[in-house]
Design a protein around this ligand. Structure first.
Ligand code: SAM
Length: 229
């Protein structure tokens, strides 16, 4: 049973770790103006921060600089190796683990940030287990910040989420789990050129999505959701 669950989770996140190099380019292009990084940097000041689903360490630099301790957790060993190579502080640690079972004590971190992670766990029971585990390790008075896609942006239209309502359904799940939306950020993916944009989207989302791209800049709306313990 446990093995099946792990297989499901691996399948859900497949696009991200099997296309690791493309995801790194995609991740660099995402939020071309660095608005999310600036927001998270502000929140992390002198806190013990858990980056839940840290991937290749997109926000490592900002969080590591501001926090008193940075802990990155991810299911993908390959992504953690990349994150680890960006580490600057000796007390920064990485844990290769499923979020539903993190080897950290209860009530031990001040702030949890989880950018674009829980939505990739498509099995609702598994996703709830991950969220409950985040709540367990969070100190009373601490906060969980989820960075998520919002509806009605070019990025959503490209991926047909205006039709399948995936973003709407997922964001309602977040709200139903005691999160409030605290901010909306209008930003864009900024690829070096159209060819790079198409290549990245083809590898991650397939031909149909990639063929719709007409520009190296892709409009993207982001929501910031907070839970307070
Ligand atoms: C879309 S990527 C986002 C990565 C990073 N937060 C960023 O903004 O670049 C989702 C990440 O969540 C990780 N992930 C998905 N499900 C997970 C789980 N159950 N436990 C731990 N990590 C998970 C994936 O391996 C992947 O690195």
């Amino acid at each position: 049973m446990k093995e099946n669950n792990i297989k499901n989770l691996l399948k859900d996140s497949k696009a991200y770790y099997e296309n690791n190099d493309y995801y790194e380019i995609f991740s660099k292009a995402e939020d071309g103006e660095g608005k999310v990084a600036a927001y998270l940097k502000e929140q992390a000041k002198e806190k013990i921060v858990l980056d839940a689903g840290c991937g290749t360490g997109k926000f490592l630099e900002q969080l590591e600089n501001e926090s008193s301790k940075y802990i990155g957790v991810d299911l993908s060993f390959e992504q953690l190796i990349k994150a680890q190579s960006k580490k600057k502080k000796s007390n920064t640690i990485f844990i290769n683990s499923n979020l539903k079972d993190i080897m950290l004590e209860s009530n031990s971190v001040d702030l949890i940030v989880s950018p674009w992670v829980l939505g990739t766990v498509t099995d609702l029971i598994e996703r709830t287990k991950c969220l409950n585990e985040l709540k367990r390790v969070l100190k009373p008075g601490g906060e969980i910040i989820l960075i998520e896609n919002e509806e009605n942006s070019e990025f959503e239209y490209l991926r047909n989420h205006h039709k399948d309502k995936k973003t709407n359904i997922y964001n309602n799940w977040i709200r139903n789990n005691d999160f409030n939306k605290v901010e909306e950020i209008n930003t864009y993916f900024n690829f070096a050129n159209l060819k790079e944009a198409k290549l990245c989207f083809r590898k991650i989302y397939g031909n149909e999505v990639a063929n719709k791209i007409k520009n190296n800049k892709i409009e993207h709306k982001i929501g910031i959701f907070k839970y307070a313990k």
